[in-house]
Design a protein around this ligand. Structure first.
Ligand code: SAJ
Length: 427
C-alpha cells in the first residue's frame, strides 16, 4: 500500500478540487476519469472546469490523471466523485456510481478504504455499492473499508470551498468510520462530524438539498399568489428576513436548476416509495419549482400583448442555471427556450459564461448590444453580474419594449418609471 496515497474517481466540479486539495496536503494523488479529453487537459495543467482558482491550483499541484482503473492498485484511499443524475422521467440514475465501483472492484487490494462522495439516497452504499465491491470475493470490514462523505461543493462560491466546508461521514463499521474521519480531518480546515451509520450520512445530503428545494418552492408559490394580489413578494421576504430567528430567506425565480437541488429530492422520493412511503410534500415542491419556467414565459406573453409587441422574437438573457458561472445542467433557461419556441417565437440567447451553446437549441448571440437590438421582448433568466448593470435606457433605446426579470435582480422602480413594460416573478 502506498502510504498517504489517494485516487479520485471523477474529475469534475467535485473530484478535481478534492484531488488538488489532497495533493496540496502532501498526498500522492491520481485522478481517474472516463473522459480522455478531460484527462489530457488535466495532465497538460489546463483546467476542464470554468473556475480560475482551480486553474491556478492545477498549475501549482502535482495531480496525475488517467482513464485507467488499474491505477487504484495499492492506493490507500479511493474516493468516488461521479455524477448522480436523474433520467428524463426524473428517476435516479446510479450508472456512473455503479461503473466506478465496478472499475474499482477489479483492482481492490487489501486494506483499501473506498469513500463515496457522490450524492446518493440512503441504502445505496449497502444495497448497490457493497455487492459490486464484494463481487470478486473481497469482504467489506475484512479486506477493505467503506465510507460515505457526501460532497458539498458550491460552484462559484467565493467563501465556501472544498477545504473549509464542514462534512459528515458515515462508515460501514467502526474502522471504516475512523479511517474516513481521519482522512478528512487531515485535509480539511473544517469540522468533520461522524454519523452513526452509512444511511444517516447518505440521508444528510438529500435532506439538506430537499430543504432548499421546498423553501424555494414556498416562495415560488407565494410569488404566483402575490402576483394576483398586487403584493411585491421580494419586499415581503425582505421584511420577514428582519426577524433575527426562525426565518431563512429564499427568493422566487424563473426556475430551479443545477445538478443538486432539482435532482436530489427524487433520490429520496424514489427510495422511500420503494419502501412504502409517498413523499407528497417533496413531490409538491418539485411540481411548483418545475412550473416556474412556464410562469415566467406566461408573464412575458402577457406583457408582450400589453405592450403591443408584434416582432415574434425574444431575447433570453442567461443560459446558466446560476449566476456568474457557465453551467447548463438542468438549467431553467433550456425549458424557457423550449416553451417560447412552442409559441412559434424566434429565440436568441446571450450568456457570457456558457461556452457549450449547442445545448441551448436556439440562436445564440455573442454580443449583448446586438442581441438587445434584435428583439422587442427580453426574459432575464440568470442573474449574471453583467445583467445587473443594465439600465432601462440600455434596453428601450435599442427598441426593447418588454422585460420579464426572471430573477427579480433589476431595479424595479427605475424600470417601472421607464417606457418599458416590466414584470418580475411575484413583483
Ligand atoms: N434558486 C432560487 N431561489 C433561491 C435559491 C436558488 O430560485 O432562493 C435557484 C437558482 O437560481 C438555481 C437553483 O435554485 O437555479 C439552485 O441554486 P443553488 O444556489 O442552490 O445552487 P447549486 O445548485 O449550486 O446548489 C449548491 C448546493 N451545494 C451542494 O449540493 C453541495 C446546495 O446544497 C447549496 O445550498 C447551494 O449550492 C448554495 O447554497 O449556494
Amino acid at each position: 500500500m502506498l502510504h498517504k496515497s489517494v485516487a479520485v474517481i471523477g474529475l469534475g466540479y467535485v473530484g478535481l478540487p478534492l484531488a488538488l486539495l489532497a495533493a496540496k496536503k502532501n498526498y500522492h494523488v491520481v485522478g481517474i476519469d472516463a473522459d480522455a479529453r478531460k484527462v489530457k487537459k488535466i495532465n497538460q495543467k489546463i483546467s476542464p472546469i470554468g473556475d480560475d482558482s482551480i486553474a491556478d491550483e492545477l498549475r501549482q499541484t502535482d495531480v496525475r490523471a488517467t482513464t485507467e482503473f488499474a491505477d487504484v492498485v495499492d492506493v490507500e484511499t479511493i474516493i468516488v466523485c461521479v455524477p448522480t443524475p436523474v433520467d428524463h422521467n426524473c428517476f435516479p440514475d446510479l450508472t456512473p456510481v455503479k461503473d466506478a465501483c465496478e472499475g474499482i472492484a477489479q483492482f481492490l487490494t487489501d486494506g483499501q478504504l473506498v469513500i463515496i462522495e457522490s450524492t446518493i439516497n440512503p441504502g445505496v452504499c449497502e444495497e448497490v455499492v457493497l455487492p459490486i465491491l464484494e463481487a470478486n470475493g473481497a469482504k467489506c470490514g475484512v479486506d477493505f473499508y467503506l465510507a460515505h462523505c457526501p460532497e458539498r461543493i458550491n460552484p462559484g462560491d467565493a467563501k465556501w470551498n472544498v477545504s473549509n466546508i464542514p462534512r459528515v461521514v458515515g462508515g460501514y463499521d467502526a474502522p471504516s468510520l475512523t479511517k474516513a474521519t481521519t482522512f478528512y480531518q487531515s485535509i480539511l480546515s473544517a469540522a468533520v462530524k461522524p454519523m452513526d451509520s452509512l444511511r444517516e450520512a447518505e440521508a444528510v445530503k438529500v435532506v439538506e438539498n430537499s430543504f432548499r428545494d421546498i423553501n424555494i418552492a414556498f416562495v415560488n408559490e407565494l410569488a404566483m399568489s402575490f402576483s394576483k394580489l398586487g403584493i411585491d413578494v421580494v419586499n415581503v421576504i425582505d421584511g420577514a428576513a428582519t426577524k433575527p430567528f426562525s426565518f431563512m430567506a429564499h427568493y422566487p425565480g424563473a426556475g430551479v436548476g443545477g445538478h443538486c437541488i432539482p435532482v436530489d429530492p427524487y433520490y429520496l422520493i424514489e427510495y422511500a416509495k420503494q419502501n412504502g412511503f409517498e413523499h407528497t410534500f417533496l413531490k409538491a415542491a418539485r411540481k411548483i419549482n418545475k412550473a416556474m419556467p412556464k410562469f415566467a414565459v406566461d408573464q412575458l406573453l402577457t406583457a408582450m400583448d400589453a405592450a403591443g409587441v408584434t416582432k415574434p422574437r425574444v431575447l433570453v438573457l442567461g443560459l446558466s442555471y446560476k449566476p456568474n458561472i457557465g453551467d447548463l445542467r438542468e438549467s431553467p433557461s433550456l425549458e424557457i427556450i423550449r416553451l417560447l419556441r412552442a409559441q412559434n417565437l424566434e429565440v436568441v440567447a446571450y450568456d457570457p459564461y456558457v461556452e457549450d451553446v449547442d445545448a441551448a437549441d436556439c440562436e445564440v448571440s455573442t454580443n449583448l448590444d446586438e442581441a438587445l437590438s434584435s428583439a422587442e421582448a427580453v426574459l432575464l433568466a440568470t442573474a449574471h453580474k453583467e445583467f445587473l448593470q443594465l439600465k432601462p435606457g440600455d434596453l428601450y433605446q435599442r427598441g426593447v419594449k418588454v422585460i420579464v426579470d426572471g430573477r427579480n435582480c433589476l431595479d424595479k422602480s427605475s424600470y417601472q418609471d421607464s417606457p418599458l413594460v416590466y414584470s418580475g416573478i411575484g413583483r
